[in-house]
Design a protein around this ligand. Structure first.
Ligand SMILES: [Zn+2]
Ligand SMILES: [Zn+2]
Length: 403
């Protein structure tokens, strides 16, 4: 038996570096989803173009937020565009499947990891930043290059980071390519994971919760016990990742070509934001250069509690009652606060979109988003993410890169 007959797992590597788990047809290298390389294109171009069209049928507007769903009014790609792009992707896919390409990626990543580690060894705590409210209630999530698996791995710090000494230690040990913090504060930040009340998160959360309970009983590997501990969300009285608060975050990193463009957009946003008044909240606006192409604008003064003023408790109670009515579940005050924060921000984003200001709207609205931590390296561009002055935006100089 030769290799081609014996080896039946699809050879495609997904974007995160993991292998496709599907089997291939006899004599083939890739499963039916991944016959998208140059040899497939030569064999049956129409089939490859059709597969491309299934996922990428439209030329989306930069601010379109239905790029995954494609159920928007953005214009369809012409057949010529589809054919050209499908061929481009085929060429890239074939290249990525070569041993040489993988070796080059590995070398590049080792080199970058080394430079990142050197950088963190060269600085002291004064170069770091933990200026957001209550760092102890945030989860720190970071990406490290894993040489054995040849891919980036997402890790979270198992406790919260309380000071810069802990942070610097983590950065020197892990040499992460990207470091983020949760835009929301949570009661138990280390446990924050999938949202138990979302469709996709529920099963994941039930499983995770069962594993956690089994671990408490010292039965980490006991599959039967884990199964027993899986019970539906409706029976939970409490869960680990209760929401406390989320300030106001804007990510103007949105497919802008140059620093100047995103700087201009950030200034437009800043100007508009000045006209906004969150009842009872004093503004505390910071500007951040992401280290990539864009900027963040953050208002640490916004608070969902303050913005609802005296009506806060009433509205919390009303939201809980409404949710109970709607779903039969008692979701608690933490959920109600999260929901109120989300709805408030949705309304604000609607007004910002009306102004035609381009930004990643979901970052502002979604309570489970993460944002890059100033003082850390942007692992693609090799620049330090940092707090800047608003005036710097008028003539922005991104500074040197590590590579
Ligand atoms: Zn596959
Ligand atoms: Zn669209």
């Amino acid at each position: 038996m030769n290799w081609r007959e014996e080896h039946t797992q699809c050879l495609h590597r997904k974007k995160d570096g993991t292998r496709c788990q599907l089997d291939t047809a006899p004599g083939d290298f890739a499963c039916r989803h991944h016959t998208i390389a140059v040899n497939d294109f030569i064999e049956d171009p129409m089939a490859v173009i059709a597969k491309f069209r299934q996922y990428f049928p439209k030329n989306h507007h930069p601010a379109c937020d239905r790029k995954g769903q494609n159920d928007c009014d953005c214009p369809d790609r012409t057949f010529g565009e589809l054919a050209g792009l499908a061929y481009q992707r085929a060429a890239r896919t074939s290249l990525q499947r070569t041993r040489l390409h993988r070796a080059m990626v590995r070398e590049e990543m080792r080199y970058r990891t080394d430079l990142i580690r050197r950088y963190y060894n060269s600085i002291d705590e004064s170069h770091l930043w933990l200026g957001m409210p209550n760092p102890k209630w945030r989860q720190i999530r970071y990406f490290v290059w894993n040489d054995e698996e040849e891919r980036m791995i997402v890790k979270k710090h198992d406790r919260s980071i309380r000071n810069k000494t802990q942070l610097l230690k983590l950065l020197r040990r892990e040499a992460p390519h990207h470091v983020y913090y949760t835009t929301s504060q949570f009661r138990n930040p280390a446990e924050v994971g999938p949202d138990p009340f979302s469709k996709s998160g529920r099963d994941k959360y039930i499983k995770k919760n069962a594993k956690r309970l089994a671990r408490k009983e010292g039965k980490t590997k006991d599959k039967k016990r884990i199964k027993e501990l899986m019970y539906p969300v409706s029976q939970w009285s409490d869960y680990g990742n209760a929401f406390i608060e989320q300030e106001m975050y804007f990510d103007v990193d949105y497919e802008m070509e140059t620093f100047q463009e995103s700087a201009q957009e950030t200034l437009r946003l800043a100007e508009f934001y000045e006209t906004i008044n969150h009842n009872g909240c004093d503004k505390d606006v910071h500007y951040v250069f992401s280290g990539g192409k864009g900027f963040h604008m953050v208002d640490f003064g916004y608070s969902v509690r303050k913005s609802h003023g005296d009506k806060y408790s009433d509205r919390i109670a009303r939201t809980i009652a409404f949710e109970k009515e709607k779903s039969g579940l008692f979701k608690g005050a933490a959920f109600a606060a999260m929901d109120m924060s989300r709805r408030y921000k949705k309304r604000l984003i609607k007004r910002i979109r009306k102004q035609g200001i381009l930004l990643d709207y979901e970052v502002t609205v979604d309570p489970r988003r993460i944002i890059r931590l100033p003082g850390t390296i942007h692992g693609k561009r090799g620049r330090v993410c940092r707090i800047i002055d608003k005036n710097d935006l008028h003539n922005f100089d991104p500074g040197p890169t590590l590579w």
